[in-house]
Design a protein around this ligand. Structure first.
Ligand code: ZN
Length: 120
């Protein structure tokens, strides 16, 4: 990849590239002039719908039922039924939404798979 060199229009110093959260751009280390552009992670522009499925054969623990009932917005009994009927879809949505649910499931040590392949 070719490196882009940006020169400060004020003092002609070489500007350095930065990325913070959703913003990125160049800033001048000499006079602190900066050019900011908005960085949009591909996860936000991905228009595909992903579905998270629970893997079968998992014993429903209190913690996993708590997490699943939160995700499906149902009571523990329905969360337990869902776990017992796995493979079962627990959530469907856009990539950035799926990413949050994925983290919750991973924290609770619940096994799942995502369709189609989740590249993030
Ligand atoms: Zn400058």
């Amino acid at each position: 990849m070719e490196e882009t060199i940006m020169l400060c229009e004020k003092c002609s110093s070489e500007m350095t590239y930065f990325q913070r959260g959703l913003a990125c751009g160049w800033e001048c280390p000499n006079c602190s002039r900066n050019i900011v552009t908005t960085y949009i992670s591909p996860i936000y522009t991905d228009k595909s719908t992903y579905t998270i499925h629970l893997c079968p054969g998992q014993a429903p623990s209190v913690n996993s039922l708590k997490v699943i009932s939160e995700i499906i917005n149902e009571n523990y009994l329905n969360a337990k039924r869902l776990m017992e009927s796995a493979p079962a879809a627990v959530f469907g949505g856009r990539a950035f939404e799926v990413c949050k649910i994925k983290e919750q499931l991973e924290e609770a040590d619940i096994k799942f798979f995502i369709e189609p392949d989740f590249p993030y």
